[in-house]
Design a binder for this molecule. Structure first.
Ligand SMILES: [Zn+2]
Ligand SMILES: [Zn+2]
Length: 140
């Protein structure tokens, strides 16, 4: 199975050669609230070598609340956040699930940065929550 996706305007496309992600998490850190226009983001982690990308991405480099240097890659044409990468984990790529052609192929398994979520946020009570950053899934 390949998971496919791209940005809103279609300039950026990607294909992921993997049956399932290493992990899927919803993140409510303040940066994700900017990216999600108020909501948190849903992010699927894959081995970097599984992902093939075409099209131009702009890289916004900044330090995350966790202290890691993050590369947040987006389409400059339409602004869609597509990937992020943390420098301490160069073998992983984090894919924004909103950019999937079918976001229903994955499901969040945990919520991180719950303490930053606004009071009106809907956090699934059935999912484990971490107040701040959680360690990445140990696999690979
Ligand atoms: Zn675009
Ligand atoms: Zn976040």
């Amino acid at each position: 199975m390949a998971i496919t996706g791209g940005c809103l305007c279609g300039a950026v496309r990607f294909a992921i050669d993997a049956d399932a992600p290493i992990g899927v998490r919803q993140c409510w850190c303040r940066v994700c609230q900017y990216l999600g226009a108020g909501s948190g983001t849903v992010n699927a982690i894959f081995p970097k070598e599984a992902v093939t990308v075409s099209g131009p991405l702009t890289d916004y480099v900044a330090t995350a609340d966790s202290g890691s240097t993050m590369h947040r890659r987006f389409c400059a044409g339409c602004g869609t956040p597509v990937f992020s990468e943390a420098e301490p984990r160069p073998h992983h790529i984090i894919v924004r699930v909103g950019a999937f052609d079918n976001p229903d192929v994955v499901r969040p398994a945990a919520i991180i940065w719950a303490k930053s979520a606004p009071g009106w946020a809907c956090l699934d009570p059935n999912l484990p929550q971490t107040e701040g950053q959680a360690p990445p899934p140990s696999q690979s």
